[in-house]
Design a binder for this molecule. Structure first.
Ligand code: DLL
Length: 432
């Protein structure tokens, strides 16, 4: 049995199901306090008594981002305003203003879940935690902060950016773990080079990376360069933020905390459940959120459920690495493409460096796909014929993966734009 933070982590599945049923009924009664669900559920004649078993969840309709936006700001608030102690807010990257509220109890529960996640990968009292995620309306900074504090860590709340100072702090304060956006963790490697510091020479023992999709290839590169394991952390503001699902030391999928969330994987087109193990859209129902409970929330994130027990001994089922969002998909000459497909191909090539950018535009009426690829410093030294051959090799491998031949542009290391927040991988000029 693993050394757990919370005995619920290894609870027998039957006990978990009983707890879920209780909490689902509570969630429905709580949701009825919000204007949105009060009307919706009254119209449908649904309430806590409609839930005789967990299967009854399917009697409830899906909740969508659109419902949150239409009800903005307070339409889904299920607690009195004076019980709200904090809000987080969407960044607006998808153009939708969404506010998410928390009561004191919600913040406590969230901190406990994060403490559980961090404890699972070996964080303990006395660890020095440099939190390189943005603090503020984004949930990444404060979310991990409170959980780490609960464990008794020494926290350095640097937030994102200011790369040289990040590295100085890691050296001065002997940082033992970091929380960082994976694309920023790659970008920081450039700053290490500038300063002549080897990340492997630090006191780090692990890193937590999430908030954006990244391939196994990126993880491997990060682990190699930083010399520590990178654990994948998934979450979304609507469901609290980070810590909804988290990898254990096995690094074979993310345990979704089933005492706090009910999970479904559906076909995004029909809304019907997908068989276990098949990829589909993740739908979550909160089971412990007081200020803003959500029933059957469509995350738009694509993943699949691993039902085999995990060797770590935890009983909560796992999600496979999130492949991206259904709305990240773009269509080029009729072919559906996900950015992560391109990333996987690029990261399998040792000549490819730390950053890439996908640009889609039109040449007359025809879609054109360009992939700009940073090379490693070594690969860039090659002569023109070698670079041409490499360009062809990348274009060919991408064509094999997606059946569209892209233009491949090779660029020098460190020349593509970088963000400290979530990476922007695709620029679709057809939409501009
Ligand atoms: O990104 C919460 C978070 C912060 C998670 C820090 C992990 C670490 P939002 O800004 O609301 O919340 O964005 C949520 O980001 O629906 C996914 O599309 C994507 N996402 C989050 N974590 C992962 C991950 C935070 N590990 C949206 N892998 C989600 C892939 C992720 N995508």
């Amino acid at each position: 049995m693993p050394d757990v933070y919370d005995p619920l982590e290894t609870a027998p599945r039957d006990d978990l199901a009983a707890l879920q049923l209780d909490r689902l009924r509570w969630t429905v009664s709580q949701a009825l306090r919000s204007p949105y669900y009060a009307k919706l559920l009254a119209d449908l004649k649904l309430g806590p008594d409609s839930v005789a078993s967990l299967a009854d969840l399917r009697r409830f309709p899906f909740t969508d981002k659109k419902h949150l936006r239409d009800g903005y700001p307070y339409g889904l608030l299920a607690a009195p305003k004076d019980a709200v102690v904090r809000m987080h807010h969407s960044s607006g990257t998808t153009g939708m203003a969404i506010a998410v509220f928390h009561t004191r109890r919600d913040i406590e529960h969230w901190a406990d879940l994060i403490a559980r996640c961090l404890h699972m990968v070996g964080v303990r009292k006395g660890d020095v935690f440099q939190n390189m995620m943005t603090y503020g309306l984004f949930t990444g900074g404060l979310g991990l902060h409170y959980g780490a504090e609960k464990l008794g860590c020494f926290i350095i709340p640097t937030g994102a950016g200011n790369s040289h100072r990040q590295i100085q702090f890691m050296r001065i304060f002997d940082t033992t773990f970091i929380h960082i956006i994976p694309s920023y963790a790659l970008a920081l490697l450039g700053a290490f080079e500038e300063m002549g510091v080897d990340p492997r020479s630090l006191s780090l023992k692990l890193a937590v990376g999430g908030a954006e999709p990244y391939s196994e290839g990126i993880r491997e590169r990060l682990q190699e360069a930083w010399g520590v394991p990178f654990y994948n952390c998934y979450g979304l503001s609507e469901m609290q933020g980070p810590g909804v699902a988290f990898e254990c030391p096995e690094q074979q999928g993310l345990h979704l905390w089933e005492d706090s969330y009910l999970v479904e994987v559906i076909d995004p087109d029909t809304g019907e459940p997908k068989p276990d193990g098949e990829q589909g859209e993740l739908v979550l129902t909160s089971l412990a959120r007081e200020a803003m409970p959500l029933i059957r929330f469509r995350t738009r994130d694509l993943t699949s459920l691993i039902t085999e027990p995990c060797p770590c001994g935890r009983t909560h089922r796992r999600l496979t690495r999130i492949e991206g969002r259904s709305d990240d998909m773009f269509i080029v000459r009729g072919v559906n493409i996900f950015p992560l497909q391109i990333e996987r191909v690029l990261m399998s090539m040792p000549e490819v460096g730390r950053n890439y950018l996908i640009v889609v535009d039109r040449d007359g009426y025809v879609d054109r796909l360009t992939v700009r690829v940073e090379l490693t410093a070594d690969a860039f030294q090659g002569d023109l014929a070698q670079l041409r051959a490499l360009q062809d090799k990348i274009a060919h491998a991408l064509r094999e993966e997606m059946m569209v031949t892209p233009r491949v542009e090779l660029v020098e290391p460190g020349t593509l734009p970088r963000q400290e927040g979530k990476a922007i991988r695709v620029i679709d000029e057809r939409k501009l």
